[in-house]
Design a protein around this ligand. Sequence first.
Ligand code: NAD
Ligand code: ZN
Length: 249
Amino acid sequence: MTPVDQLRELIRSARRAVVFTGAGISTESGIPDFRSPGGIWTRFKPIDYQDFVSSVEARRETWRRKIETDKSMTVAEPNRGHLAVAALVRRGVVSHVITQNIDGLHQRSGIPAEQVIELHGNATYAKCLECGQRHEIGPIKAAFASDETLPICDACESDLVKTATISFGQAMPEAEMRRAEAATLECDLFIAVGSSLVVYPAAGFPVVAKRNGAKLAIVNREATDLDDMADLVVNAEIGPTLGGAVGLN
Ligand code: NAD
Ligand code: ZN
């Protein structure tokens, strides 16, 4: 059996599966990942939460980068990998998609928002760090583009308005962590897709699933830290692999 056939078989014999995704599932949509050659971290060092909160210059640099990364994120469309995952959700095989991604492409591929658990937030809108008020990105970018004016919250006047993502050093979202843990404990197949599985606590979910008796499948172009504990490792491109295993044309 080819690895794609083996993945199809694992999915066929699953009662309830969870798909866990990282930046790798979106590279075929034109959004670079962090750790591949040419990935975001070969160009930028991440800005910690503390630096964002304490430094005006770090906030400016954050919004400069946001404008840069939006050039690929705002035009991206879901690819074959996203569509294969959406098909499994529609068929009732996959109960939840737990994602580290912040691009919103799982929801755009047709998966109901309540079945997508975003561990690292969402970069398609912003939030006030003081009062939680939601802010749209468009007006913020327009004001910033003219003279690097930083956004101010119209509800509480705080100047700490950040994309609704989780930065390094920022607390993980509690409700999402709980929902992800519950979904993980209820599945009998956990499929990790396009993640180097080195960012914790997110990368802990495959480990929890496996220890709880679920089968673990990993689809990633290169080796990951958890390959040794997996029942199946497919080192290949995500779109053709998931598309083939799910039977998408
Ligand atoms: P990562 O960059 O650490 O790992 C991505 C993995 O996917 C790599 O191992 C790479 O080899 C693999 N990969 C890339 N394209 C692939 C393809 N087409 N087929 C098969 N494998 C492929 O990403 P991560 O583990 O998700 O963690 C980094 C953090 O980066 C996450 O917390 C996430 O929030 C953030 N991030 C998100 C996006 C996004 O939303 N699209 C993009 C970049 C980074
Ligand atoms: Zn506010």
